[in-house]
Design a protein around this ligand. Structure first.
Ligand code: PLP
Length: 397
């Protein structure tokens, strides 16, 4: 079949040509004398995306889940207590991973479609006057439900309660897409992966660590080996790794960083916001609702759309895949069959999102959901036209 298959899931994302080409190289010597000339600037530039001067960023072979494991095993000990709010599949999985490592998980169950209950967190932290909670875990963007939470507010809650717990953030689908400020928000460990905002294949767990977390690491007793921060610290300072690094992915990461920093992070965030707004306008025109319950939770990364009672969102995704050659995200776990998701993350622009919206309209109508053909697309088009940068035709070629 000609043309390409539209990838509108919230990761893996569309891989830019430049990133793909940067990885299409012969394998290289990871102990070569000039390898640090490549890796040290890479570490340096990664810190710009996490907005940290004080922290250090480690590149582990792995995915986001490996990043979670690195975060907790390096900083916590079995029997430690962590505070987490669960309102989506990825938070559920992170909490589960903590339990399997012998941690005590204080899970605040929140309705799916809402975000971190900062007031509840603050009260729990105030009540914990013996400081038994050792870490607070936050998912910046819960990809399963299109909910973005306020990390800065969680930091404020910790400060207001004068609580010393570490602040750990899952930024797997947020970092490099929406604003993330590690130092300013006092984040101790931030976890990301290669296959979302960084527009790469799966294979790197990208973990940023504050000096406080590195200090805590010295006494943390969770078993670890492959993901040990200490081995990374020891070898990364000279530009090397404790074991064979994923060099081709790192070459791709160099290209990805050049793209992100070349566009300018603020422009990257603005682009994600614009695309998300257009999708939200389309959903409104279709008469459907978002999984995110209130505008304050709206995600600029993914739009999760509830189908009317009696319809199955999996059918929308299946029809879109087979009839129109585009991938949408299915609803996960609690929202399976009730929600489908449009990912507008990474290397994506206005025309691509219009394509996704057009495909959704056809698939929705095919399953009997009576959206007006072209209605969502038109709303998005008009929004793009109204908000496009002014162009002086006589000043451009
Ligand atoms: N956290 C979030 C917010 C995610 O969206 C995902 C995956 O989509 C993960 C963690 C797990 O990452 P991975 O599947 O790369 O291990």
């Amino acid at each position: 079949m000609s043309g390409f298959h539209g990838l509108f899931i919230p990761g893996p994302t569309n891989m830019p040509c430049g990133v793909r080409q940067a990885m299409d190289i012969a394998l290289e010597d990871q102990r070569a004398p000039d390898f640090p000339a490549f890796t040290l600037p890479l570490f340096h530039d990664l810190k710009k995306v996490f907005k940290t001067d004080k922290g250090q960023v480690f590149l582990f072979p792995g995915s986001g889940t490996g990043g979670w494991e690195a975060a907790i095993t390096n900083t916590l000990s079995p029997g430690d207590r962590v505070l987490i709010a669960v309102f989506g599949q990825f938070l559920h999985l992170w909490a589960d991973l903590c339990r399997r490592h012998g941690l005590i998980v204080d899970a605040v169950e929140v309705e799916w479609g809402e975000g971190v209950p900062v007031d509840v967190f603050e009260q729990r932290l105030r009540d914990d006057n013996r400081h038994t909670i050792t870490a607070v875990l936050v998912c910046h963007n819960e990809t399963a439900t299109d909910v973005t939470s306020n990390v800065a507010a969680v930091r404020n809650a910790l400060d207001a309660a004068a609580h010393p717990a570490l602040l750990m953030v899952d930024g797997v689908s947020s970092i490099a897409c929406i604003d993330f400020r590690m130092d300013e928000w006092g984040v101790d460990v931030a976890v990301c992966g290669s296959r979302k905002g960084f527009m790469l294949p799966t294979g790197l767990a990208i973990v940023a660590v504050s000096p406080k977390a590195l200090e805590t690491h010295r006494s943390a007793k969770c078993p670890r080996c492959y993901f040990d921060f200490a081995d990374m610290v020891r070898t990364n300072k000279d530009g090397y790794f404790p074991y064979t690094p994923a060099t081709n992915l790192m070459r791709g990461l160099r290209a990805s960083l050049d793209m992100l920093l070349g566009e300018g992070l603020d422009n990257v965030f603005a682009r994600h916001h614009r695309l998300a707004e257009s999708a939200r306008l389309a959903v409104k025109e279709w008469g459907l609702s978002l999984c995110a319950k209130e505008p304050k939770w709206h995600s600029d990364i993914v739009t999760a759309i509830c189908v009317p009672k009696g319809s199955n969102s999996d059918d929308v995704v299946k029809i879109a895949y087979h009839r129109y050659r585009m991938s949408l995200g299915v609803g996960l776990s609690k929202v399976a069959g009730r929600v489908f998701r449009i990912g507008h993350i990474g290397d994506i622009n206005e025309i691509m999102i219009l394509q996704a919206l057009a495909g959704c309209e056809m698939a929705l109508r095919d399953v009997g959901i009576a959206v007006r053909p072209g209605s969502g697309v038109a709303a998005a088009q008009e929004y793009f036209r109204a908000t496009a940068p002014r162009l002086q035709l006589d000043k451009v070629a």
